[in-house]
Design a protein around this ligand. Structure first.
Ligand code: MN
Length: 296
């Protein structure tokens, strides 16, 4: 049920309009002046605000300016209501950041149509800014260096579907290859190569959106993260061998975890948080609305 906030100082108008809107299936909160309207917009987060312009204290224009200046309430559509039929009121209301305008006494069918239109706009915008869709690809392959092309294939499939930026796709390829080569070289050392399971996931429920790499094998306990990173201050011949891949994983991902148990074998998980996630797939790039307050 849509939640409306009605900011109206006239008790008769307020009671009548809120009752009529409730009968049409809306939940209605009321504020009796501009300051209470701003406070309720913030605390109750209504889906839409009906703003009387002539209000005691701060008027409807100023209340709207404050609501639109606050990042947490900026997206809430505001429909201005005024008994003044003067054309300047409409311009001033839009200047203040109101999304629409209607006159009092209210023509309910017309106002309801405007409310529905603004709510629909809001939902469309929410869908556009919801971010990318979740994605998971996985493959099991034999843990042999000759199978690396299959790893690259899966990475390419994932980066293409996820719409990752080229630099990020490149980092991902390096890290995944390094993690898989570790398994191929070490986990099955001294025995026949077993299976390597690789999963790549775009976790869009995570905040920030997370890119998760999971590499599994049933070889001997082997923790690639325990390989010492080479000490660059040590003489070259004394530096640990094989630590560059670990350095790469630590530099290019935000979280690294390894566990081993007899049932699941080695499980290496690497997580990279995407503070600038890829655009939603299958839609045109959303054009962000101009910041409020810059209307002319
Ligand atoms: Mn009034």
């Amino acid at each position: 049920m849509p939640h409306l906030l009605l900011v109206e100082d006239n008790e008769l108008n307020r009671d009548m309009l809120s009752r009529r809107l409730e009968r049409k299936g809306h939940r209605v909160s009321v504020a009796i002046d501009g300051l209470q309207g701003v406070a309720l917009a913030h605390s109750a987060r209504p889906d839409l605000i009906l703003m009387d312009l002539s209000l005691p204290g701060i008027d409807g224009w100023e209340a709207t300016r404050r609501i639109k200046a606050d990042a947490t309430t900026r997206a809430i559509p505001v429909i201005a209501l005024t008994a003044h039929a003067m054309s300047g009121d409409r311009e001033r209301a839009l200047d203040a950041g109101c999304d629409d305008f209607d006159t009092k006494p209210v023509d309910l069918p017309r106002l309801l149509a405007k409310i529905e239109a603004r709510l629909a706009d809001g939902h469309a915008q929410a869908a556009q800014t919801a971010g990318p869709a979740p994605l998971r690809v996985e493959r099991t392959l034999q843990a042999r260096l000759e199978r690396l092309p299959l790893v690259h294939e899966l990475v390419d499939e994932f980066t293409g579907q996820a719409g990752l930026a080229p630099a990020l796709a490149h980092d991902l390829r390096l890290v995944v290859e390094e993690a898989c080569v570790n398994v191929m070289r070490h986990a099955y050392a001294g025995g026949p190569p077993g299976d390597l399971g690789l999963a790549l996931e775009l976790d869009t429920a995570a905040r920030p959106v997370a890119l998760r790499i999971t590499v599994r094998d049933q070889g001997q306990p082997f923790d690639p993260l325990s390989v010492p990173v080479p000490d660059i201050t040590a003489p070259a011949e004394q530096r640990a061998v094989g630590g560059l891949g670990v350095l790469l994983m630590r530099r290019l991902t935000d979280r690294q975890d390894h566990r081993h148990d007899p049932a699941s074998g080695n499980v290496l998980t690497l997580v990279k948080f995407l503070h600038d996630p890829p655009a939603p797939r299958g839609r045109a790039d959303p054009t962000p609305p101009p910041p409020s307050g810059e209307r002319t």
